[in-house]
Ligand binder design. Structure first.
Ligand code: SAM
Length: 428
């Protein structure tokens, strides 16, 4: 019905999972990059599929009342912070309603109450981990729908001190050999720097080492990555420094270059505290921390519980989790390498479960095991409201939904983290 090259006037009513504006005309959906909920825009159809189209933003006919009228060619060109010019209060409201909408759409529950989302007072430099692309000596983000790199202009949400490190690398001979850099920072502002090449080349860092140390770099790795689909290859070669640690809620964690660690330290502390309080741990409780990675949640629950079983598929993460228990003087945790769907049935003796699966959610084996073994409480931590709602509907067979609390872990993006509490139905 519509044609490529056609201009449409459309009201933006939603965001896509990657933060594009979603406009609707009857049953036809059009995704418009750069448009915000509440905008009325003129868009040119540049791609057409059966039920939807991709539109180029031509003109904002009437701006959303939540549009921050600020120009930034730089932020508009990079993909990662697509809601940068959408008022923060409106971002939080959007995320809260997204969680509610998904639960009501994909579960049997209607009229679900969700608590007010917990946001940040100051979103500057909220990330503790970023990757920047490098091309022809330029360091920054990939330009949307392009192979080009937009140079990082200034620090917005990146770790504090990112620009200093970028400055040192840009003035070095080494920059020509790099494909990407990774920067992680810890609670003291100390940095891990990962230099990524796509070939096995020598990286000589001696002439810039002092400058990098001045920028609080504590440890440097070389990573060789031949697969552009991933940030890092498997092999990390340490070029400088000792082990790298971070701290959350007073617990110390060894961070390997490829360890999963939540990207927003301030919000993670609030979210972990909340999730642990929802477990309502008694001193006789045996707890399972499913998808435990390096044992962050396991450590937090270990203080009040009798024992904790952390389960995780990654061998290196399990090794780090064991080290972390030792580092924190914790002796009531056991870390199991394996699939949670199997391990949960093998352990059997436990009372409460906390799970924090990847974006794809739990597979059916995990959900079946939980329904079979019937822990009293399940706290489900999720970074994807759609898979959360899908899994929730399965668990609602035996469980009641007690509480839904979201956290704004990723400001300026459409992503949201949610903690859901379930308790077993009395007749089970
Ligand atoms: C979102 S992360 C967990 C975050 C972690 N709880 C934290 O706060 O740091 C998901 C982890 O689940 C692990 N994983 C994925 N599928 C799994 C499975 N079937 N059994 C056990 N672990 C799994 C992955 O290796 C990954 O480390």
């Amino acid at each position: 019905m519509y044609k490529i090259g056609e201009y449409l006037e459309v009201s933006i009513v939603d965001f896509s999972h990657d933060g594009q504006g979603v406009g609707k005309i009857d049953d036809f959906i059009v995704f418009v990059d750069g448009a915000l909920i509440g905008d009325i825009v003129k868009t040119e159809i540049i791609k057409l599929k059966k039920n939807y189209g991709i539109g180029k933003l031509i003109e904002i006919i009437k701006p959303s009342e939540n549009r921050i009228m600020e120009e930034s060619n730089y932020l508009s060109q990079i993909g990662g912070f697509s809601l940068w010019n959408y008022a923060y209060e409106a971002q939080k409201e959007y995320k809260e309603s997204l969680v509610k909408k998904n639960i009501e759409k994909f579960t049997r529950l209607k009229g679900v109450e969700v608590n007010q989302i917990i946001g940040m007072d100051n979103c500057d430099n909220y990330r503790n981990n970023i990757q920047l692309s490098v091309k022809n000596g330029r360091i920054g983000y990939m330009k949307k729908s392009s192979n080009d790199v937009v140079e990082i202009e200034r620090e917005y949400y990146e770790p504090k001190g990112t620009m200093n490190i970028v400055g040192v690398l840009k003035s070095s001979k080494l920059v020509k050999k790099l494909k990407m850099i990774g920067i992680r920072d810890n609670f003291l502002g100390k940095k891990m720097l990962i230099l990524v090449t796509d070939k096995n080349v020598e990286l000589e860092i001696l002439d810039i080492l002092e400058d990098l140390i001045e920028c609080d770099v504590e440890v440097i790795y070389h990573n060789i990555n031949t697969n552009p689909r991933y940030h890092y290859g498997k092999k990390f070669i340490k070029l400088y420094g000792e082990d790298f640690y971070d701290e959350i809620n007073g617990y110390k964690f060894l961070i390997s270059p490829n360890s999963f660690f939540q990207v927003n330290r301030e919000q993670t502390a609030k979210m972990y505290n909340y999730a642990v309080s929802q477990l309502d741990i008694k001193s006789e409780d045996r707890i399972v921390d499913g998808y435990c990675v390096i044992g962050t949640i396991s450590m937090m629950v270990s203080k009040e519980a009798k024992s904790v079983f952390g389960i995780e598929l990654s061998e290196s993460a399990i090794a780090d989790a064991k080290t972390n228990a030792f580092l924190n003087g914790i002796d009531n945790t056991e870390f199991i390498l394996g699939d949670i769907g199997d391990a949960i049935k093998d352990i059997r003796v436990y009372d409460k479960v906390i799970i924090d699966p990847p974006r794809s959610g739990c597979d059916s084996k995990v959900l079946d095991s939980l329904l079979e073994v019937k822990p009293k409480n399940i706290v489900y931590v999720s970074c994807n409201p759609t898979t959360l709602a899908r899994d929730l509907d399965v668990l609602l067979g035996n469980y009641e939904l007690i509480d839904v609390q979201s956290f704004d872990m990723f400001p300026m993006t459409p992503h949201v983290e949610t903690v859901v509490t379930l308790t077993i139905k009395v007749n089970n």
